[in-house]
Design a protein around this ligand. Sequence first.
Ligand SMILES: [Zn+2]
Length: 167
Amino acid sequence: MSDQLVIDTLDFVCNRGSLQGNIPLVGLERLRSYLADTAGELTYLISGQLDRHSRPMLKISVNGNVNLSCQRCLKKMEYGLDLETELLLARNEDELSRYDEDIFVDAIYASSELSIQLLIEDEVILGLPISPRHQNVQCHVSTKAEIHTTATKEHPFTVLASLKRTH
Ligand SMILES: [Zn+2]
Protein backbone atom coordinates (compact mmCIF):
# COMPACT_ATOMS: atom_id res chain seq x y z
CA MET A 1 0.00 0.00 0.00
CA SER A 2 2.03 2.95 -1.21
CA ASP A 3 -0.89 5.38 -1.44
CA GLN A 4 -1.44 5.58 2.32
CA LEU A 5 -3.62 8.41 3.41
CA VAL A 6 -1.94 10.68 5.96
CA ILE A 7 -3.39 13.68 7.83
CA ASP A 8 -2.04 16.46 9.99
CA THR A 9 -4.38 15.88 12.91
CA LEU A 10 -4.59 19.41 14.38
CA ASP A 11 -4.94 20.98 10.92
CA PHE A 12 -7.63 18.45 10.22
CA VAL A 13 -9.55 19.59 13.31
CA CYS A 14 -9.00 23.31 12.54
CA ASN A 15 -10.43 22.79 9.07
CA ARG A 16 -13.25 20.62 10.39
CA GLY A 17 -11.95 17.97 8.07
CA SER A 18 -13.87 14.88 7.19
CA LEU A 19 -12.73 11.80 5.35
CA GLN A 20 -14.46 8.64 4.34
CA GLY A 21 -13.45 5.61 2.39
CA ASN A 22 -12.97 1.88 2.22
CA ILE A 23 -10.04 -0.25 3.27
CA PRO A 24 -9.78 -3.84 2.01
CA LEU A 25 -9.02 -6.18 4.92
CA VAL A 26 -6.27 -7.84 2.92
CA GLY A 27 -4.20 -4.65 3.25
CA LEU A 28 -4.28 -4.59 7.06
CA GLU A 29 -1.35 -6.77 8.04
CA ARG A 30 -1.56 -6.54 11.83
CA LEU A 31 -5.30 -7.14 11.85
CA ARG A 32 -4.93 -10.23 9.68
CA SER A 33 -3.68 -12.40 12.54
CA TYR A 34 -6.99 -11.84 14.35
CA LEU A 35 -9.10 -12.92 11.38
CA ALA A 36 -10.17 -16.26 9.93
CA ASP A 37 -9.74 -14.80 6.44
CA THR A 38 -9.27 -11.43 4.76
CA ALA A 39 -12.41 -11.31 2.65
CA GLY A 40 -14.24 -7.99 2.61
CA GLU A 41 -13.48 -4.43 3.49
CA LEU A 42 -14.10 -1.80 6.12
CA THR A 43 -15.90 1.48 5.63
CA TYR A 44 -14.69 4.39 7.72
CA LEU A 45 -15.61 7.96 8.44
CA ILE A 46 -13.27 10.30 10.30
CA SER A 47 -14.02 13.87 11.21
CA GLY A 48 -12.07 16.53 13.07
CA GLN A 49 -14.04 18.22 15.83
CA LEU A 50 -13.79 19.94 19.19
CA ASP A 51 -15.32 18.19 22.18
CA ARG A 52 -17.53 20.05 24.64
CA HIS A 53 -14.46 21.39 26.45
CA SER A 54 -13.11 22.70 23.13
CA ARG A 55 -10.43 20.05 23.01
CA PRO A 56 -9.42 18.82 19.55
CA MET A 57 -10.47 15.30 18.78
CA LEU A 58 -11.03 12.83 15.99
CA LYS A 59 -14.38 11.18 15.70
CA ILE A 60 -14.07 7.81 14.04
CA SER A 61 -16.62 5.31 12.89
CA VAL A 62 -15.79 1.99 11.27
CA ASN A 63 -18.23 -0.52 9.81
CA GLY A 64 -17.88 -3.80 8.02
CA ASN A 65 -18.05 -7.55 8.37
CA VAL A 66 -15.00 -9.54 9.38
CA ASN A 67 -14.58 -13.28 9.76
CA LEU A 68 -13.26 -14.35 13.16
CA SER A 69 -12.65 -17.85 14.52
CA CYS A 70 -15.14 -19.04 17.10
CA GLN A 71 -13.22 -19.90 20.28
CA ARG A 72 -15.57 -22.79 21.06
CA CYS A 73 -15.70 -24.70 17.75
CA LEU A 74 -12.81 -22.95 15.93
CA LYS A 75 -14.98 -22.49 12.83
CA LYS A 76 -15.47 -19.26 10.94
CA MET A 77 -17.76 -16.72 12.51
CA GLU A 78 -18.98 -13.56 10.83
CA TYR A 79 -18.75 -10.51 13.05
CA GLY A 80 -20.34 -7.17 12.23
CA LEU A 81 -18.10 -4.30 13.24
CA ASP A 82 -19.83 -1.09 14.20
CA LEU A 83 -17.33 1.11 16.00
CA GLU A 84 -17.75 4.67 17.16
CA THR A 85 -14.76 6.23 18.85
CA GLU A 86 -13.68 9.67 19.94
CA LEU A 87 -9.97 10.22 20.30
CA LEU A 88 -8.68 13.36 21.96
CA LEU A 89 -5.52 14.77 20.44
CA ALA A 90 -2.85 15.41 23.05
CA ARG A 91 -0.41 18.14 22.06
CA ASN A 92 2.25 17.21 24.61
CA GLU A 93 3.15 14.63 27.24
CA ASP A 94 1.35 16.51 30.03
CA GLU A 95 -1.86 16.52 28.12
CA LEU A 96 -1.53 12.88 27.19
CA SER A 97 -0.96 11.75 30.80
CA ARG A 98 -3.87 13.93 31.94
CA TYR A 99 -6.14 12.36 29.32
CA ASP A 100 -4.88 8.89 30.19
CA GLU A 101 -5.96 9.36 33.80
CA ASP A 102 -9.49 10.13 32.68
CA ILE A 103 -11.29 6.82 32.23
CA PHE A 104 -13.99 8.48 30.15
CA VAL A 105 -11.75 9.56 27.29
CA ASP A 106 -9.27 7.98 24.89
CA ALA A 107 -6.37 9.94 23.55
CA ILE A 108 -3.49 9.76 21.13
CA TYR A 109 -0.64 12.13 20.35
CA ALA A 110 -1.50 14.81 17.85
CA SER A 111 0.58 14.02 14.82
CA SER A 112 1.38 15.92 11.67
CA GLU A 113 1.52 12.64 9.80
CA LEU A 114 -1.10 10.27 11.09
CA SER A 115 -1.77 7.31 8.83
CA ILE A 116 -5.50 6.80 8.48
CA GLN A 117 -4.99 3.15 7.72
CA LEU A 118 -2.91 2.50 10.87
CA LEU A 119 -5.39 4.46 12.97
CA ILE A 120 -8.37 2.48 11.66
CA GLU A 121 -6.47 -0.77 12.10
CA ASP A 122 -5.67 0.09 15.74
CA GLU A 123 -9.26 0.95 16.48
CA VAL A 124 -10.55 -2.25 14.90
CA ILE A 125 -8.06 -4.44 16.81
CA LEU A 126 -9.09 -2.75 20.07
CA GLY A 127 -12.76 -3.16 19.17
CA LEU A 128 -12.70 -6.89 18.43
CA PRO A 129 -14.20 -9.26 21.01
CA ILE A 130 -11.49 -10.90 23.13
CA SER A 131 -13.09 -14.33 22.96
CA PRO A 132 -15.47 -14.48 19.98
CA ARG A 133 -18.06 -17.27 20.08
CA HIS A 134 -21.03 -18.25 17.95
CA GLN A 135 -24.49 -17.90 19.39
CA ASN A 136 -25.28 -21.38 20.78
CA VAL A 137 -27.52 -22.45 17.88
CA GLN A 138 -24.96 -21.44 15.27
CA CYS A 139 -21.99 -23.04 16.93
CA HIS A 140 -20.59 -26.17 15.27
CA VAL A 141 -20.31 -28.08 18.54
CA SER A 142 -21.69 -31.12 16.65
CA THR A 143 -18.06 -32.28 16.42
CA LYS A 144 -18.27 -32.93 20.16
CA ALA A 145 -21.58 -34.82 19.76
CA GLU A 146 -20.00 -37.04 17.08
CA ILE A 147 -17.21 -38.02 19.44
CA HIS A 148 -19.87 -38.99 21.99
CA THR A 149 -21.81 -41.25 19.59
CA THR A 150 -18.69 -43.09 18.44
CA ALA A 151 -17.74 -43.56 22.07
CA THR A 152 -21.11 -45.13 22.92
CA LYS A 153 -20.97 -47.30 19.79
CA GLU A 154 -17.63 -48.70 20.85
CA HIS A 155 -18.76 -49.14 24.39
CA PRO A 156 -20.36 -52.67 24.14
CA PHE A 157 -17.20 -54.05 22.54
CA THR A 158 -15.08 -52.62 25.28
CA VAL A 159 -17.32 -54.28 27.86
CA LEU A 160 -17.18 -57.57 25.94
CA ALA A 161 -13.41 -57.40 25.70
CA SER A 162 -13.03 -56.84 29.40
CA LEU A 163 -15.43 -59.73 30.15
CA LYS A 164 -13.38 -62.09 27.95
CA ARG A 165 -10.25 -61.07 29.68
CA THR A 166 -11.61 -61.91 33.15
CA HIS A 167 -12.75 -65.38 32.10
ZN1 LIG B 1 -18.68 -21.94 17.24
